[in-house]
Design a protein around this ligand. Structure first.
Ligand code: ZN
Length: 335
């Protein structure tokens, strides 16, 4: 094919060229544009269009660094297809360094595909969705845990319902895949996937940090996906173990008491049923309560802000079989 220009709300990008631009998606109180920084790397050869998006939650920074490194790493001569990088999706929240849009605490990641005439969150989501995401064939949306918690490196996606989502998740090569069904309604991922653009979410580490080991793993995963899609001639991620868990195989282990939390596990660790996750101490140092694992599993998420109240989620635990547990213990690189 002789021409494969990429056209979207940010203009037309010719084959073999790179566009760094900003796309207006809203306005500030004083009438200035709220602009998303976007890079489009349009390969010399024809191929699929893959988007990578970061900071849909404004304080989740690992993905911002992943996208930064991505646009530095791949040029048009390397690619058959188009890489569309949304460096920061939720600019107002990014400026405030918080998860949600300021003022009304609207969650942009529960507002997709958005509406033209609705709340600020719906309007921004609509501008991003119709202006950029609908022009892409596949997507990878980069997240971290919310502040006060951390999460092990994993992928979320509707792998059981959509073959192409399963393909992305498999190619990305994370050990742990959480197969979300009916969860995270109106997220960028579920809204796009439901409307024909398969998307996976990558979750990694903590908010407000650049965590190099996760950033490198995400970059390797994206290269693996691009290789699988035929966009790039690169390395595929080989993994030592893999678990795809549905809702029935995971739970939030919660404290029944309030107090100071002393953790006994790390994110990515394997625990057996009955193992202590943490001890909750009262402030007078007169009482302590153990919080134990209800089943054998891998610690997918963990409290970082070390105080708890009854019902407080301490540990996100995903069930694994004995063989997988042994492999994780042996490789010890799960986190
Ligand atoms: Zn997030």
């Amino acid at each position: 094919m002789s021409t494969h220009s990429f056209t979207y709300a940010g203009g037309t990008v010719e084959p073999g060229t790179v566009q760094h631009t900003t796309l207006a998606v809203s306005e500030t109180f004083v009438g200035g544009d709220v602009e998303i920084p976007i890079t489009v790397v349009n390969g010399e050869e024809l191929g699929p269009v893959l988007f990578c998006s970061a900071a849909v939650h404004g304080d989740e920074l690992n993905g911002v660094k992943v996208v930064h490194d991505l646009v530095d790493r791949y040029g048009p001569a390397d690619l058959a297809g188009t890489l569309v990088c949304l460096h920061v999706v939720n600019v107002p929240a990014y400026l405030a360094q918080q998860r949600y849009l300021p003022l009304y605490d609207q969650d942009l990641n529960r507002s997709f595909p958005g509406k033209e005439r609705s709340t600020p969150a719906h309007r921004i989501a609509n501008a991003v969705y119709s202006g950029v995401l609908t022009h892409c064939d596949y997507g990878i949306d980069l997240h971290t845990s919310t502040r006060g918690r951390t999460t092990t490196f994993h992928v979320r996606g509707q792998v059981a319902q959509h073959d192409e989502v399963a393909r992305l998740a498999d190619a990305f090569g994370a050990n742990l895949v959480l197969a979300g069904v009916g969860e995270e309604e109106n997220s960028l991922r579920t809204a796009s996937t439901a409307r024909g653009t398969p998307v996976i979410t990558v979750e990694m580490g903590e908010a407000h940090r650049f965590q190099e080991r996760y950033i490198e793993r995400a970059l390797a995963g994206i290269e693996s996906v691009m290789t699988d899609l035929g966009m790039y001639d690169g390395e595929r991620v080989e993994r030592e173990w893999g678990v795809v868990a549905d809702a029935s195989q995971k739970t939030w282990v919660r404290s029944d008491e309030g107090g100071l939390v002393e953790l006994h596990v790390g994110v990515g660790d394997v625990v057996d049923g009955g193992d202590s996750i943490c001890t909750v101490h009262d402030h007078f140092a007169t009482e302590e309560h153990e919080v134990t694992a209800p089943f054998r599993g891998v610690v997918a998420g963990l409290l970082q802000n070390p105080i708890a109240q009854p019902g407080h989620p301490v540990c996100h635990l995903v069930s694994v079989d004995e063989e997988t547990a042994e492999t994780i213990r042996r490789t010890d690189e799960s986190s």
